[in-house]
Ligand binder design. Structure first.
Ligand code: ATP
Ligand code: MG
Length: 441
């Protein structure tokens, strides 16, 4: 891709309306464009990043045996009346009438719809567990949409649902998601901690929010620092191993403000480990038993007896993650973004020095680009005739992880190559391909 032909509308300065760095950067490098309050279009750079995050989320769901489906954005109010949430949900739900005057709504979440799908087909306990997910747009009419795509009205979410025969099996499902979330966020190079979260009106339930530390986050968190050292690498996808893992995390105090209790925090956490800071919620898992299956009559036959299934739901804010990664990786003082290569909009940028009378470096850049493309490396070439330092500045902001600079330092088959923010080295094209591909694994 040539920069001059790309749709990357860069702003000269930080937009004044944006308060936090992810929102500033996303507008500045043209990842998104606001269309109305809390509603955004995703431009090529932003869309590429979001799609790569989505794919990682998908792979980690598939890995634990969750099956992908796609439910619609528009739902009928009937099922919400069955569960009793049509009234309860309040003004965050966008309610619509169709031409027959039927009450419809734009889905803020999908417990009802997935329960309806489940109950219409699954009749026997032998088909359990059923684990289903989809990745879809949600709409919540947030009172105060803010911070760009971090808290918006229309957002992209992975939501999964589990159906089990009893509590023990349901907790097994819950723990599978617990592990899967740790892996997902790790692949995104984020350090997310599972924190006990508010369980709402139904007592005895279980819930964790996955939070990454960030000064600009909206969740207040209170934790024992040692929780960051818990290792989940060797956990197996079996009951015992998973419950050991959860216990390892739960040994450490880690709660959001809804669950915070000063006395507990002081007593349970030694002051040298105490951490009281802010974070961004990127995922939320929830066990709610028969809260929906009972009123909606979702049951299976268990040896001649009717049994309501036990359910859980599991969300990841796919679009919010784009902002969360920026909050974690963007050095706004030096204006350098460092996308993890797994989600970077391009893997490598080639920056040739070009003047009005001399485009020989562009010719070289094209050759290098073809060689890298053959090795499946996603390239953008800055073919503008801006001066070299302006190009560097621009691409530090955009944050492509690898840069090849073609100018007066390029001699023979040695190219000036660097990882963003680091010193450059002179390497041959094969060495460059090797480095990039080894980082992609
Ligand atoms: P929050 O506490 O941030 O309002 P929530 O608890 O209402 O979120 P869930 O229903 O658990 O959210 O949704 C799952 C995930 O979807 C959240 O962990 C978050 O990452 C994302 N999410 C929720 N609301 C929004 C929003 N308004 N804008 C962007 N992402 C959101
Ligand atoms: Mg939540």
């Amino acid at each position: 891709m040539y920069f001059t032909k790309s749709f990357i509308p860069i702003l000269k300065n930080n937009p004044t309306e944006a308060k936090i760095k992810s929102h500033q950067l996303m507008l500045r490098i043209g990842m998104i464009k606001q269309s109305s309050a809390g509603i955004y279009s995703w431009l090529p750079l932003g869309f590429k990043v979001m799609k790569k995050i989505e794919q990682i989320v998908r792979e980690e769901q598939n890995r634990i045996g969750v099956q992908e489906i796609l439910m619609p954005t528009i739902q009928s109010s009937d099922i919400w009346k069955e569960s009793g949430r049509y009234e309860d949900y309040g003004e965050e739900m966008l309610r619509i009438k169709d031409r027959q005057n039927r009450e419809m709504l734009y889905g803020p979440t999908n417990e009802e719809l997935v329960t309806e799908i489940f109950r219409s087909s699954i009749k026997s306990y032998k088909s359990l567990p059923q684990l289903l997910y989809h990745i879809q747009w949600k709409f919540r009419d947030e009172l105060r949409p803010r911070f760009g795509i971090m808290r918006c009205r229309e957002f992209y979410m992975k939501d999964a649902y589990s159906f089990d025969l009893n509590d023990e099996e349901a907790l097994f499902s819950y723990n599978k998601f617990f592990l899967s979330y740790l892996k997902t966020f790790k692949r995104l190079e984020l350090s997310a901690i599972p924190m006990a979260a508010d369980t709402g009106p139904i007592g005895g339930n279980l819930s964790h929010e996955f939070v990454i530390l960030a000064e600009t986050g909206e969740s207040k968190i209170y934790t024992d620092k040692r929780i960051f050292e818990v290792n989940s690498d060797n956990t197996k996808l079996e009951k015992k191993s998973l419950s050991v893992l959860r216990n390892k995390f739960e040994e450490f105090y880690a709660v959001t403000d809804e669950k915070y209790n000063e006395k507990d925090f002081m007593e349970k956490v030694n002051d040298k480990y105490r951490l009281n800071t802010k974070g961004i919620e990127v995922g939320h898992i929830f066990y709610f038993g028969d809260k929906y299956s009972k009123p909606m009559n979702a049951s299976v036959d268990f040896k001649g007896q009717k049994q309501f299934v036990k359910m859980g739901s599991y969300g990841i804010g796919v679009s919010r993650l784009v902002g969360a990664i920026i909050e974690a990786k963007y050095d706004d003082k030096n204006e350098i973004m460092k996308w993890p290569i797994s989600v970077a909009p391009y893997e490598c940028v080639i920056i040739p020095a070009i003047t009005k009378n001399d485009d020989s470096n562009l010719v070289k850049a094209n050759k290098v680009s073809n060689l890298l493309n053959d090795k499946n490396i996603d390239i953008i070439i800055d073919d503008t005739d801006e001066n070299f330092s302006a190009k560097m500045k621009k691409f530090n902001l955009i944050g492509i992880p690898f840069q090849i600079l073609i100018g007066k330092n390029t001699e023979g088959d040695l190219l000036e190559f660097r990882e963003i923010g680091k010193e450059s080295q002179k390497l041959k094209i094969n060495q460059i391909i090797e480095i990039i591909n080894s980082k992609k694994k």
